[in-house]
Design a protein around this ligand. Structure first.
Ligand SMILES: [Zn+2]
Length: 411
């Protein structure tokens, strides 16, 4: 199992300047390397005997560009731009590897035929982290002694260890990240334990979860958790600060300060949202052995907010819900405590009757499910949650399950 621990670090102003300078140099290098790749692509896209309207003239066929040629060119970079000598080669290589990864995501479709977006050129300040591939290794350039980060070129940087790294874990990589409120180090730790999900016959309780815009989630037991409207609450504050930014001269010191103020608000919103989601995920994993959720990827675009927003959704922002992030968090929490998470195809879960399976069509504004065939009447979302649970159980072929909740929200 690999875990990531992020700690705040306290560099001196000189060290902070140095980190900033490194980030800027790495950013320029990223942009250069990306430009090189795109240039190669443009020049070689057209076939030899064609003339293309969109590609550039062929002329001499340029040498191919890939990670290895770019890595080999690092040597030359250091001669041409001696500033780069200061940065560890390892850090520069990983910077190029990150580009290579992003590039391949764009060029090579995955199993489902999906591709990522084109890697972007980064503006000033947009490259926010650099990485070391080894920590505490005899050959490593960075060491962590439990209190300080020790490097020869950056010096000793104190780390605020607000929680210890669990025993038995070995540190693997470290990255230094610049965020709106300061600098952080993210350490990845690995141990040999492979977490195993609970065996099927040991599952004692299960729950289905329907996520939505009315309630953040509804369980198959009928419990609901409201959406925490962090973004909405901060909206006025945010708008005010953004207006102030407009009055500042672009690029000035005050402009940057104001920009940082806005970044801090966004950071706070993000953290509140994440905290809330972790609390819900922990509550669910404490209470149930199996959690069934919708596979949001299947539904895809149908999940986005409908163009005609019904009255009850007014003011609720989709990003305050952030179900995708929530499901990732549930999965991560569940792995740690051996709880199973099953993702099911959500198609029709809100329409079908959980009692008899009849299709009961209803629009989004109909909040109760009433089955004309078996007479079942219940909340629309609860009905969907039960359907989701049933699908998961069907998929796993769990029979004779005792469903019991540990009752109430432990918040
Ligand atoms: Zn029915």
């Amino acid at each position: 199992m690999i875990l990531t621990y992020c700690y705040r670090i306290k560099p001196t102003p000189e060290q902070a300047d140095k980190i900033d300078h490194w980030l800027e140099l790495l950013r320029r290098h990223w942009n250069y390397a990306l430009g090189q790749r795109l240039g190669y692509l443009r020049q070689t896209r057209s076939q030899v005997d064609r003339c293309s309207l969109v590609s550039e003239s062929i002329g001499e066929i340029p040498e191919s560009v890939n990670y290895y040629t770019q890595q080999a060119a690092l040597k030359e970079t250091k001669i041409l731009f001696p500033e780069y000598k200061e940065i560890y080669s390892e850090v520069q290589q990983i910077n190029l590897q990150r580009l290579d990864k992003a590039w391949k995501k764009w060029r090579v479709p995955d199993k489902k035929g999906k591709r990522g977006g084109r890697p972007r050129f980064k503006k000033v300040g947009q490259l926010r982290s650099f990485e070391f591939s080894r920590v505490n290794h005899p050959k490593a350039t960075i060491k962590f002694d439990g209190k300080n980060l020790i490097t020869t070129r950056l010096g000793i940087i104190p780390v605020i260890v607000h929680r210890p790294i669990p025993e038995g874990f070995e540190l693997k990589t470290a990255s230094i990240v610049k965020k709106a409120d300061g600098y952080y180090v993210c350490l990845t730790a690995k141990d040999e334990v492979v977490p195993e999900p609970l065996p099927l016959d040991k599952i004692k309780s299960a729950v289905g979860i329907d996520v939505g815009l009315k309630e953040f989630l509804t369980t198959s037991e009928g419990e609901t958790v409201p959406i925490q409207q962090t973004y909405r609450k901060a909206q006025n504050h945010l708008a005010r600060q953004q207006r102030r930014l407009k009055n500042k001269q672009q690029g000035s010191k005050n402009y940057q300060k104001q920009q940082n103020k806005i970044a801090l608000i966004h950071q706070k919103i993000q953290r509140q949202r994440k905290d809330f989601q972790y609390k819900i995920a922990n509550w669910l994993t404490r209470c149930y052995d199996l959690i069934a959720v919708e596979d949001l990827n299947i539904k895809g675009l149908a999940r986005t907010i409908p163009p005609l927003v019904p009255p009850f959704q007014r003011g609720v922002r989709g990003d305050d819900a952030a179900w995708g992030q929530f499901i990732t968090i549930i999965e991560a929490v569940a792995v740690k405590c051996g709880v199973r998470v099953v993702k099911v195809n959500p198609h029709g879960t809100s329409q079908d009757c959980s009692g008899c399976g009849t299709k009961v069509p209803k629009t989004l504004s109909v909040r109760t499910h009433e089955c004309p065939k078996c007479g079942l009447v219940m909340d629309r979302d609860e009905n969907a949650a039960i359907n989701i649970l049933n699908r998961a159980l069907e998929e796993l072929q769990v029979v004779g399950l005792i469903i019991s909740a540990c009752g109430g929200m432990a918040r």
